[in-house]
Ligand binder design. Structure first.
Ligand SMILES: O=P(O)(O)O[C@H]1O[C@H](CO)[C@@H](O)[C@H]1O
Ligand SMILES: Nc1nc2[nH]cnc2c(=O)[nH]1
Length: 291
């Protein structure tokens, strides 16, 4: 990955100017929807949506279950923008393009980023259909030097050396758990560590065992770069993984993972996830940035 692929402030601003010329919505919250989880966007009121292909600078979604639209609207009176489909490096996008929308959101005035994803479970105690509140992440591409902050630092967004501890907001995690209690769904709610791998292949058994030894609870191919860029520019972050499959860790187990099953499980739980995210947005204090 070369720094020549890095995106300039002007390029982000061009997208922002285009979007602000097309919509009166001024969101404080952005939601990135994971595989098969885009239905949340359909629940926004007073919707205005834009195809990624029409927005200057936006890449295209190529993965099944990622529609490829940016939807603005209101969730119970709170203005939000929702990515119905995200970008992954394995699609061939540069790491800078994968995170492009996050800086656009920042310049649009977004203060809180909510990320969702479909993930495979590494933790023994997790089940398919569980929802994991993300406490922390391991960013394998980042550890190997594939980082959206590579290249000259843009001080207008954030510091050269940003901290990465405590990135997943503690108050929002607590709020989410309290809401789950009220919804009566805590039996399938977990809190744990998400690990990003490059994909597009699923894990070998040896890799799955390695992740288990490292303390990973759930694994996927997204989220960490977006969270990193959001945190770098001072956004508050909250993340949810939907456990769509168990990652095979035994040579005796003949099961294999596939994207179609992942989308089916996402569909099964999408209503509960929508309700949870809506309740979080209703109950967080958006302007004061407090849960
Ligand atoms: O992380 P999201 O976008 O939810 O998608 C997950 O689902 C796909 C694999 O089925 C991979 O892209 C993985 O990262
Ligand atoms: N890498 C990876 N990504 C996923 N996304 C959904 N399930 C999985 C999985 O088992 N492994």
């Amino acid at each position: 990955m070369h720094c020549k692929d890095q995106i300039s402030h002007k390029d982000y601003q061009r997208s922002v100017d285009w979007l602000q010329s097309k919509t009166q919505h001024r969101p404080k919250v952005a939601i990135i929807c994971g595989s098969g989880l885009g239905m949340l966007a359909d629940t926004l009121q007073c919707q205005e949506s834009f195809k990624y292909s029409d927005i200057p600078g936006f890449p295209q979604s190529t993965v099944q279950g990622h529609i490829g639209r940016l939807v603005f609207g209101e969730l119970k009176g709170k203005t939000c923008v929702c990515m119905q489909g995200r970008f992954h490096m394995y699609e061939g996008h540069s790491i800078y393009k994968v995170t492009f929308p996050v800086r656009v959101f920042k310049l649009l005035g977004v203060e809180t980023l909510i990320v969702t994803n479909a993930a495979g479970s590494i933790a023994e105690s997790y089940h398919c259909g569980d929802v994991m509140i993300i406490r922390d992440h391991i960013n394998f591409p980042g550890l190997a030097g594939l980082n959206p902050l590579n290249g000259p630092n843009d001080d207008k967004f954030g510091p050269r050396f940003p901290p990465m501890s405590g990135v997943y907001d503690k108050d929002l995690r607590k709020l989410a758990f309290d809401i789950c209690k009220r919804m009566g769904v805590t039996q399938f709610v977990q809190e744990g560590v998400y690990c990003m791998v490059g994909g597009p292949n699923f894990e070998s058994i040896a890799e799955a065992r390695l992740l288990h030894k490292l303390g990973v609870d759930a694994v996927g191919m997204s989220t960490a770069p977006e969270v990193l860029v959001a945190s770098h520019c001072g956004m508050r972050v909250f993340g949810l993984s939907l456990i769509t499959n168990k990652v095979v860790k035994s040579y005796e187990d003949s099961e294999t993972t596939n994207h179609e099953t992942i989308l089916e499980v996402s569909k099964m739980r999408s209503e509960m996830l929508q309700k949870l995210i809506t309740e979080i947005i209703i109950h967080m204090d958006i302007n004061n940035n407090q849960a």
